[in-house]
Design a protein around this ligand. Structure first.
Ligand code: APR
Ligand code: ZN
Ligand code: ZN
Length: 366
């Protein structure tokens, strides 16, 4: 059966989102309908709305969501109506060359399959694009069954939602993509929801020094509360010099870039010690080109690693990340600085643009 939902629709690139009633398509056998309880607002949503990252329009953005299963297609066996779930924005197929090697975050079929699945249409009957198969800026969504991960019922869904993108990406970077060695010196450049999740992941891994870099003073303060040992204001200090001064003039063992710009990737590389790793977590526009001193790669034996979705295996890592929250080791709730209604999503975009707070989470009434 089709169903109706309220959704924040992006009509055209650069437009504000508009609250509309949408019709969710009848569920396909491999799909699940989720009543969305909470959705974080990620910088990548803003980047898609403004054209920095690609998006088809009209569409329903939001890719950091959690909710309750309402209905399942005939083939779905791993979840049932009433189950609490987090949605993964890489709906890995489990069968392709990458999935078979356990690199499910690189699944080659995920994007094709989510963008061709039955999703929704607007009031006039025009088909809407999904956003990464999640479309959580809404009261309900259709997604592929393989995108949903069941979680314990007692976990607050606003905390669980964060695991769908920012925490999977950030903590995953420190846990999976560039596993932080015990006792190491780490730099985190960019302290939004994703960067602070990197920082928390580095804390869990036992980094001795965590140097947190951001021009926004309030974000540096939160970083200190969450385990940063040093902070750097790139507006008043040279980031590379400051990081080297704190690491025996060597540079960081691992420098995470969590801004999504060529200039900060180059800074992270320069602040990486010989033999160390620069991990690029931010999502730069497709046109962005980085320029690195080639001889440093050779002479200093540095590694540059890209981070797609924190290299997570959602079914393995989402419950694990939430267990780290439950035991107090990954205080994800601290990332939530504002709870808003779906109708206020444009305000959350303005906050992201101005660096106000950390994460806004849309909370839908039950
Ligand atoms: N040095 C350090 N930090 C910087 C700099 C700089 N030169 N310029 C900007 N920043 C900081 C901003 O002040 C902000 O705190 O980077 C942070 C980015 O955080 P958010 O805008 O909250 O973005 P977030 O949702 O954390 O995403 C970060 O990861 O998923 C991707 O698309 C996303 O590229 C984005 C990145
Ligand atoms: Zn995101
Ligand atoms: Zn696959």
């Amino acid at each position: 059966m089709s169903a109706t939902a309220r959704a924040a629709v992006l009509r055209g690139i650069g437009d504000p989102l508009v609250l509309e009633e949408i019709t969710l398509a009848p569920l396909a056998p491999d799909q699940v309908r989720v009543r969305i309880a909470a959705s974080g607002v990620c910088h990548s949503d803003l980047s898609q709305a403004t054209g920095v990252l690609p998006a088809g329009t009209p569409c329903v953005l939001g890719h950091e969501g959690a909710g309750v299963v309402e209905e399942v297609g005939a083939q779905i066996q791993h979840v049932a109506p009433g189950d609490h779930v987090v949605m993964a924005w890489v709906a890995a197929c489990g069968r392709c060359w990458y999935c078979q090697r356990g690199e499910v975050h690189l699944c080659r079929n995920a994007i094709r399959d989510v963008y061709s699945m039955p999703y929704a249409s607007d009031d006039a009957g025009t088909a809407l694009f999904t956003s990464m198969g999640v479309s959580s800026f809404a009261t309900a969504t259709n997604c592929l069954g393989r995108a949903v991960v069941k979680i314990d019922d007692d976990i607050p869904l606003e905390v669980a939602a964060l695991v769908g993108c920012g925490v999977a990406t950030g903590a995953g970077a420190a846990l999976n993509t560039a596993p932080v060695p015990h006792g190491s010196a780490v730099a985190v450049i960019g302290l939004g929801g994703v960067g602070l999740a990197v920082l928390m992941g580095a804390t869990v891994r036992g980094a001795a020094r965590i140097i947190a870099v951001d021009p926004v003073a309030s974000r540096r303060e939160i970083a200190l509360e969450l385990g940063a040992t040093h902070v750097v204001d790139p507006g008043s200090e040279d980031t590379v010099k400051a990081i080297k001064a704190l690491t025996g003039r060597r540079g960081a063992d691992i420098a995470f870039e969590v801004v999504g710009r060529a200039a900060t990737i180059e800074t992270a590389f320069a602040a990486t010690r010989p033999g160390g790793t620069t991990c690029v977590v931010g999502a730069p526009p497709p046109s962005e080109i980085i320029s690195l001193p080639a001889n440093d790669l050779y002479m200093q034996g540095k590694t540059v690693v890209g981070c797609q979705y924190g290299s997570v295996v959602p079914a393995r890592d989402f419950p694990m990340l939430l267990d780290l929250w439950r035991t107090g080791r990954l205080p994800l709730d601290r990332l939530i600085t504002r709870r808003i209604a779906l109708s206020e999503v444009n305000d959350a975009f303005a906050d992201l643009e101005h660096g106000n707070g950390i994460r806004s989470v849309i909370v839908n009434p039950a």
